[in-house]
Design a protein around this ligand. Sequence first.
Ligand SMILES: Nc1ncnc2c1ncn2[C@@H]1O[C@H](COP(=O)(O)OP(=O)(O)OP(=O)(O)O)[C@@H](O)[C@H]1O
Length: 259
Amino acid sequence: MSVLKADHISIQFGGLRAVNDFSLDLQEKELYSIIGPNGAGKTTVFNMLTGIYQPTEGSIYIDGKLMAGCKPYQFTAAGLARTFQNIRLFHGATVLDNVKMAHSFKTDYNFFNMLTRTGKYHSEERRITEKSMELLEMFDLQDKKDFFANNLPYGEQRKLEIVRALATEPKVILLDEPAAGMNPNEIDDVVNLILRVQKELGKAILVIEHHMKMVMKIAEYIKVLDFGETISEGTPEKVQNDPKVIEAYLGGHANASRS
Ligand SMILES: Nc1ncnc2c1ncn2[C@@H]1O[C@H](COP(=O)(O)OP(=O)(O)OP(=O)(O)O)[C@@H](O)[C@H]1O
């Protein structure tokens, strides 16, 4: 079943067509990647897929629901979560509270229950704490639950971002450069975690990433963008041998050294 579909989406910023005629159909539990040189349009695609930008043309569906005109929080409610290139945690809050705040998006109590601290509020609080701790354990962050987020090492802050995205109980998760700035050991760790999120939690995943080795290891299907156009797509084997992709990466505007 399709969990995220982009049907011929394009976006224009003034005279610049940043993304042209992009399509994607991500099924449950699939792991796709979008790659391309700097400025190719990858983040702009993510911004359209999450409701930050409205496509000038084309349509987006989450879990079969047409998202035209919807706001980012409605994309989250429909089952989509994302992480950002630059880390966006609540730095002055503890690790556990960061996750609980994301979970509380799906709480079953209302403002009245919260103010009056009813039984429903307390049982929901327990449920959220337990679920948050389960995710922290999966990411080996349980012992740091009381640390302030800004006191975590960089690699663990990136992992906490993924935990926060998962806490909204999404069907599909979009990861924007999850390995950026990580050392090789941290990258191996995040690769294993992404594969566990796919296989054990059953999430569909869409990843933007510059580390080619990582992409080739995890992606089942790759879309390659250059100057807003989809220049190639298919399995990792097909894409890495495509002369158009090699040309785009060696063409001077790419950061090929990041492979
Ligand atoms: N809000 C905006 N207004 C005008 N132009 C924009 C806007 N957002 C993105 N662009 C332009 O769209 C093009 C694609 O940018 P985008 O950030 O999507 O590329 P990218 O593939 O994610 O690059 P990188 O790998 O460097 O992050 C760029 O030319 C960028 O300057």
